[in-house]
Design a protein around this ligand. Structure first.
Ligand code: FAD
Length: 442
């Protein structure tokens, strides 16, 4: 059972509801991936926790499928239910920082940029993803990988408590002391267990400075540099997160450093072991600039498809397969390790903490007539890498279905997640996510 503090059922007539035809309806149903074009029957703009409880009650009474929207960055558009009720959390974006206690209270609809900006005003930060228009909600509930993760753990490792509205409409708190099993599941289990209306995060004195190091090599000559890059990544300081991108015939190898730039630039000298690059870019930037650097290339209004893998190690054969990637599909790698791997695997629902690198193979295009070809190219590139993969990150899964969920969690984790789902959402009210299917629905 889940201990609840209160049951809030606001008056449904007080809810702000957008229906088809409303002037704001089309903007509100639009999400990051332009491939997603679904039309909810109702969009409930939630301003407070009670609105969320009322929206859930309304959807259940009208038998409407529920989608929960924070940043809208689910690549398959899980936030938007066709003909259903969208719980739009975007008005709930308040961030409150206590610099003395190094804590942030972040509402469930906030974007990463809002958290970063509020915390950096005090020289503080917590782990967040690499694109500032991504939602705190979806990112954190699935794990949350970012430039601070090797130093301070994933976003979910920095959550101290959550306020949650359950499928039954109860408002509950989850922390190490209150509803600890729910707290376990919320840290990596995605949006399966309720709507999080507020996260409490631990902040760190990260300072405000960062360094980016990028070395370009022609793909045809990149096997040796990439193998050296992999070897250096294994022993890199935690301030460094090694990165690689392979696109359009160029392999870009390097790292991102958060902290004193002098130390980052010093570490960059180690990359001379990679050989002579065609181009070298070493640049200091502020942490906030780093967090926004990819906002435009990763912007909205573009059609997208991607596949992900985890690699526990990256052998020379896997590197060869990566370099053979379809040149139109961006292959990106980001190193894990450090504080991510310090946390015991059973401590959170998030899994596969011994991952060395996370891979995403991403296609982007604008012409709908190219949909089939672009999706096929991304699938083929990812399929070539599958033999080397050890699993997948739940937040990067797309149209992978239950097979994807089985790649994200071990059988033992899935059993524990299912037991939790059976307790808090046995009717699978929250199923527009990487779904943990309750026993009753199997
Ligand atoms: P939404 O589509 O709004 O939500 C995603 C899922 O989470 C849905 O199932 C939704 O119902 C659920 N959900 C969202 N908020 C809540 C809430 N408050 N309570 C309950 N359920 C909720 N991941 C990383 O780890 N690191 C990165 O650096 C990173 N960069 C990315 C960059 C881009 C451009 C994109 C598109 C994705 C990136 N991701 C990254 C993946 C990202 O973590 C997932 O796409 C995540 O699901 C996005 O969350 P959202 O709130 O923006 O999306």
């Amino acid at each position: 059972m889940v201990d609840s503090r209160s049951t809030q059922r606001n008056d449904v007539s007080a809810l702000e509801i957008l229906r088809p035809g409303h002037v704001e309806y089309d903007r509100a149903r639009k999400v990051w991936n332009a491939m997603v074009d679904r039309r909810p029957a109702l969009i409930v703009r939630c301003r407070e926790t009670g609105d969320v409880a009322a929206a859930i009650a309304l959807a259940r009474s009208e038998d409407l499928e529920i989608g929960v929207r924070c940043g809208g960055h689910s690549v398959v558009g899980h936030a938007v239910p066709e003909g259903g009720l969208m719980i739009d959390l975007t008005p709930m974006k308040r961030v409150r920082v206590d610099p003395e206690r190094r804590r942030a209270w972040v509402q469930g609809g906030a974007l990463l940029g809002e958290l970063d900006t509020a915390a950096q005003a005090h020289g503080l930060a917590t782990t967040a993803g690499n694109v500032s228009h991504t939602g705190v909600g979806g990112l954190t509930l699935g794990g949350g990988m970012g430039w601070l993760a090797r130093e301070h753990g994933l976003a979910c490792d920095n959550v101290l408590s959550c306020e949650v509205v359950t499928a039954a409409g109860d408002v509950v708190r989850a922390s190490a002391d209150e509803n600890p099993e729910l707290f376990w599941g919320l840290r990596g289990g995605g949006g399966n267990f309720g709507v999080v209306t507020e996260f409490e995060f631990r902040l760190h004195a990260t300072g405000t400075r960062a360094v980016s190091v990028e070395l370009d090599f022609p793909v045809a000559e990149a096997a040796f540099p990439m193998a050296r890059w992999r070897d250096l990544a294994a022993d890199a300081p935690r301030a460094a997160t090694y990165t690689a991108t392979i696109l359009d015939g160029v392999a870009t190898l390097g790292f991102v450093w958060v902290g004193a730039p002098e130390a980052g630039e010093e570490h960059a000298r180690e990359l001379t072991a990679l050989g002579r690059p065609a181009a070298r870019r070493v640049g200091e930037l502020s942490y906030l600039e780093l967090q926004r650097r990819d906002d435009t290339p990763q912007g909205h209004e573009v059609r997208r498809y991607w596949k992900g893998h985890y690699f526990r190690d990256l052998g020379d054969d896997a590197i060869e397969a990566l370099l053979g990637h379809d040149p139109s599909v961006a292959a990106s790698l980001q190193a894990y390790g450090g504080a991510i791997a310090d946390v015991p695997d059973e401590a959170t629902a998030f899994s596969q903490r011994q991952t060395a690198f996370e891979y995403v193979g991403a296609a982007r295009w604008t012409d709908p007539t190219q949909d089939e070809a672009r999706i096929a190219a991304a699938r083929a590139s990812a399929a070539r890498l599958e033999p080397f993969a050890s699993g997948a990150y739940v937040n990067v899964l797309g149209d992978d279905g239950t097979a994807g969920v089985r790649r994200a969690y071990s059988a033992a984790k899935l059993a524990r997640l299912t037991a939790l789902k059976d307790t808090v959402d046995p009717d699978n009210v929250f199923h527009l996510n990487q779904n943990i299917v309750p026993s009753r629905a199997r």
